[in-house]
Design a protein around this ligand. Structure first.
Ligand code: 9YW
Length: 433
């Protein structure tokens, strides 16, 4: 494993571009929000200045309203579609004057990442000083979410695009696509020139993705208009868990820094309300797990995905809920012939073990679940989650996603998508240490 750790370090150093990291070569040549945060956790184990720079660069691209974009286009390249000329996020009056970016966001990992840097740091004082220098930006990002992304003041924030979820091609979104009928756009895909098309979304799926952005652009990315008009408006359990976990981290970190009582008080209010709302609105007692809610069409999306179990990561479930949820996880996803944890219910007919978010194992989701299980006292299952994660990387390398079926791993060709993928390397390092 120690050799592999050296390989992981080499992957991160190779994907480092002076002040930020790319998720992987060719397929994803820019900086992505949640990738950046998770990558910083890996760097923190062996190169704290790079970890800090990664976060500094990310926050440098923050808009004046507190919003942080999902992709920051640091360079011009035509190997990625849709690029900055399609997104045109500068239509929004508060957008960054310094960086080109998309006009959508991603799971707000920054708060808990700062706390992870502190956990890993060997020089706590210096790291706390670093955190103090930019924690207010993260607070402002949370304020953006609670004031602009919660139209009914429920304590839950919405996402307006599947690319905001991070779980971009989940079968859950099929329910939303059924409610839409976008034009048949003409465009040139780039992803399928780098990766086998069978592992990526279809042309028709891309039509839906682009259509939602067209509507946002027609309204200059105005949040109120998006809440009113976007055909995709979803309260996502993973996204809200990440926000609540980060809230808790900000409370802890402000507590350590001192003199921030007002902010702590506000964060606690968001925290209380959000926790109650996740448990009442997003918990499905019959299924025994957390699910997504379609705010546009006012209906629950009753599917089980790896996101369904992530509230463990922010300690949101009660003991009874947690127990039930882990039973469901083991019953549906825990088959000994499969690695933990498939990204979508392996017993569903929408499950596809090779296709992008429709079944494959993702290292970041396994990492959330490992810590969630561990924190909630499920030590044995946490151990299996960690061992499975390390083993699939050992057998295949640092791929973007992996086949959950063990038999596919015999010849070491069960890794799919991008290769030498940064967060797979970064979180591997964190799990090893
Ligand atoms: C895309 C970069 C991103 C991740 C997302 C993942 C994928 C990008 O890659 O989306 O172009 O499809 O779904 O979570 O941030 O690694």
């Amino acid at each position: 494993m120690k050799d592999l750790q050296q390989n992981a370090i080499a992957v991160l150093n190779k994907n480092w571009k002076d002040k930020f990291s790319i998720p992987c070569d060719k397929l994803y040549p820019f900086q992505w929000f949640w990738d950046s945060g998770l990558i910083a956790i890996g760097f923190a184990h062996f190169d704290m200045p790079k970890a800090e720079k990664e976060i500094e660069t990310l926050l440098d691209a923050q808009w004046s309203n507190g919003f942080i974009p999902h992709i920051i286009f640091h360079t011009d390249t035509d190997t990625y579609f849709p690029g900055p000329d399609f997104h045109r996020s500068n239509l929004h009056p508060d957008s960054s004057k310094k960086f080109k970016s998309t006009g959508m966001t991603q799971p707000p990992v920054t708060g808990f990442v700062l706390q992870d840097l502190y956990r890993i740091s060997k020089d706590k004082k210096a790291t706390l000083g670093f955190i103090e220098s930019l924690i207010d930006k993260v607070y402002k990002n949370h304020e953006y979410f609670y004031t602009q992304r919660d139209p009914q003041n429920e304590g839950l924030v919405y996402i307006y695009h599947n690319w905001e979820s991070g779980t971009d091609n989940s079968p859950i979104w099929d329910d939303i696509w059924d409610t839409m009928n976008p034009p048949d756009y003409t465009f040139e895909r780039r992803d399928t020139t780098h990766v086998d098309a069978s592992e990526r979304p279809s042309k028709r799926e891309y039509d839906h993705y682009l259509h939602i952005i067209e509507i946002a652009k027609q309204n200059n990315y105005n949040d109120e208009k998006i809440a009113e008009l976007s055909p995709f408006l979803v309260q996502d359990p993973l996204f809200n868990t990440v926000l609540l976990k980060s809230n808790q981290s900000l409370i802890d970190l402000y507590g350590m820094i001192g003199n921030n009582e007002d902010k702590i008080e506000q964060l606690k209010k968001w925290q209380e309300k959000g926790t109650a709302a996740v448990n009442s609105k997003l918990y499905d007692a019959e299924l025994g797990v957390y699910i997504h809610y379609d705010l546009r069409n006012e209906k629950p999306l009753r599917h089980i995905s790896s996101s369904s179990f992530t509230p463990l990561f922010a300690n949101l479930p009660s003991e009874t809920q947690a127990k039930k949820m882990v039973d469901v996880m083991m019953e549906k996803f825990g088959n000994p012939d499969q690695y933990l944890c498939a990204s979508f219910d392996p017993t569903s007919d929408r499950f596809n073990p090779k296709k992008y978010w429709r079944g494959p194992v993702w290292i970041n989701l396994n990492w959330f679940l490992y810590y969630g299980l561990q924190q909630n006292g499920f030590k044995d299952i946490a151990k299996r989650m960690k061992q499975d994660t390390l083993e699939i990387i050992k057998k295949n390398g640092f791929y973007e996603y992996f086949d959950p079926r063990k038999e596919e791993h015999k010849n070491g060709k069960a890794g799919y998508g991008g290769y030498n993928f940064s967060w797979s390397a970064a979180l591997f390092i964190d799990l090893l240490n």
